[in-house]
Design a binder for this molecule. Structure first.
Ligand code: ATP
Ligand code: MG
Length: 393
């Protein structure tokens, strides 16, 4: 039976579709029979693998609402023999409205997928940016969810609402639903704020956070306009290598430590969060520099300005001792001898006013000594956007 996983976050533009398409492609390249389900009326997953939405006669809508046999709707994906697509078009907006009036409205997708689960090893479902009936249907149908979190201020906002929804689904519809992983997206370790979001996420979700964050990478942004997953568009890009590494990690989580199958070259992506490779996009157009070049001046300046605060983050023991996986996923940057002053007992998070994550807001915390950028200033001056509930899965 297939391992079914939803890529979910009701926040828009955090990398759900990019993750669904490229993770599915990575699994297909590892010769796992993979079905990619587009459950978003935007249909970005559908076009992202090269299927023209305007030419589609049938889509997920027809299976959900018209009870059309799903086998007739599934398409093969060009260039990836192990990957199939259950496409979506704008019609799916109507499905959300029409399902409302039906009994068992939240289990319509489960009924669609059940008969074909045996045909695949993995089913990856891309969700819309909402917690409406379509997302509810997805959460009712899958075994696990992967939550992409964009590494920016507000990145963790809304996660508590998502987790509350997950809890309701567990209690009422799908008791087996688990959090299969948390994926940091658009990560740039040159930015202190980005590292802080990563730390907050890791502190909260622990080893569920994938060891490879997805860096901001222009190739990943370009690939959909060519209707190709990154692995077909630019296999050598850091984005491709990162998604291969995440795919390999998912295989290990699902199939065990000895899961194999990713092509040679996997593992060359950064598995930690070193500034050398995970953050700096090798594509010249991202940073205005070639691979291995110094970061662009604006970032360099920001980095230099916050060097001390960044080092303080690395020193914070609460994060570094979370779990083994945590230690693997966020290697503490080795501070230069003497860089961290002994009297700097106050952690960076305290300096930042504890914005984001499960920490209680410390309204009396002083502002940061220096801010990396506007986002960072905003983070410092605002209260915690969203206290997180306990993780139960
Ligand atoms: P929505 O909520 O609208 O469905 P989403 O969560 O599916 O959005 P994506 O469509 O995957 O998000 O990504 C939003 C935009 O960011 C897209 O233009 C995509 O190409 C770009 N993008 C996603 N990930 C990256 C990345 N790692 N580097 C650069 N650009 C990225
Ligand atoms: Mg999307």
């Amino acid at each position: 039976m297939a391992y079914t996983v939803a890529i979910t976050n009701q926040k828009g533009g955090v990398g759900k579709t990019t993750t669904a398409v490229n993770l599915a492609a990575a699994l297909a390249i590892a010769e796992r029979r993979t079905l990619l389900v587009d459950a978003d009326p935007q249909g970005n997953t559908t076009s992202g693998v090269g299927i023209a939405k305007v030419e589609l006669q049938l889509s997920l809508y027809d299976a959900l609402v018209e009870d059309h046999p799903v086998q007739d709707i599934i398409l093969s994906v060009p260039g990836l023999p192990y990957l199939s697509l259950l496409p979506a078009t704008q019609d799916l907006v109507g499905a959300e409205l029409q399902l409302v009036e039906r009994p068992f409205r939240e289990s319509a997708l489960r009924r669609v997928l059940e008969p074909i689960e045996g045909n695949y090893d993995y089913i990856i479902v891309d969700c819309p940016p909402s917690l409406g009936l379509l997302t509810l249907n997805v959460l009712a149908a899958v075994q696990a969810l992967i939550i992409p979190i964009q590494c920016e201020y507000y990145g963790l906002e809304g996660i508590s609402q998502l987790l509350n929804t997950v809890r309701l689904v567990q209690q009422n519809i799908n008791p087996g639903l688990a959090i299969g992983g948390v994926l940091l997206t658009m990560y740039d370790s040159r930015l202190n704020l980005c590292r802080q979001v990563a730390e907050d996420a890791t502190e909260y979700f622990g080893p569920k956070v994938f060891g490879t964050p997805i860096p901001r990478n222009v190739r990943l942004a370009e690939a959909p306009s060519f209707g190709k997953p990154i692995l077909l568009y630019d296999m050598q890009s850091v984005g491709a290598k990162s998604y291969l590494a995440v795919g390999q990690e998912l295989l290990r989580r699902v199939e065990g430590e000895h899961a194999t199958g990713m092509p040679a070259g996997n593992g060359t992506a950064d598995h930690g969060r070193s500034a050398e490779s995970s953050s700096v996009d090798a594509d010249a157009s991202d940073a205005g520099q070639g691979a291995g070049s110094a970061p662009p001046p604006v970032v360099q300046t920001a980095e230099a300005r916050t060097e001390q605060s960044a080092e303080t983050v690395a020193e914070e023991p609460a994060v570094a001792t979370e779990t083994t996986a945590t230690e693997e996923t966020i290697p503490a940057d080795t501070p230069e001898p003497g860089m961290v002053e002994a009297e700097q007992s106050q952690t960076a998070r305290e300096q930042l006013g504890s914005a984001g994550g499960p920490q209680p807001a410390t309204s009396d915390a002083p502002p940061p000594a220096e801010a990396t950028d506007d986002h960072e200033s905003a983070r410092a001056s605002r209260p915690s956007p969203d206290p997180l509930p306990e993780v139960t899965t």
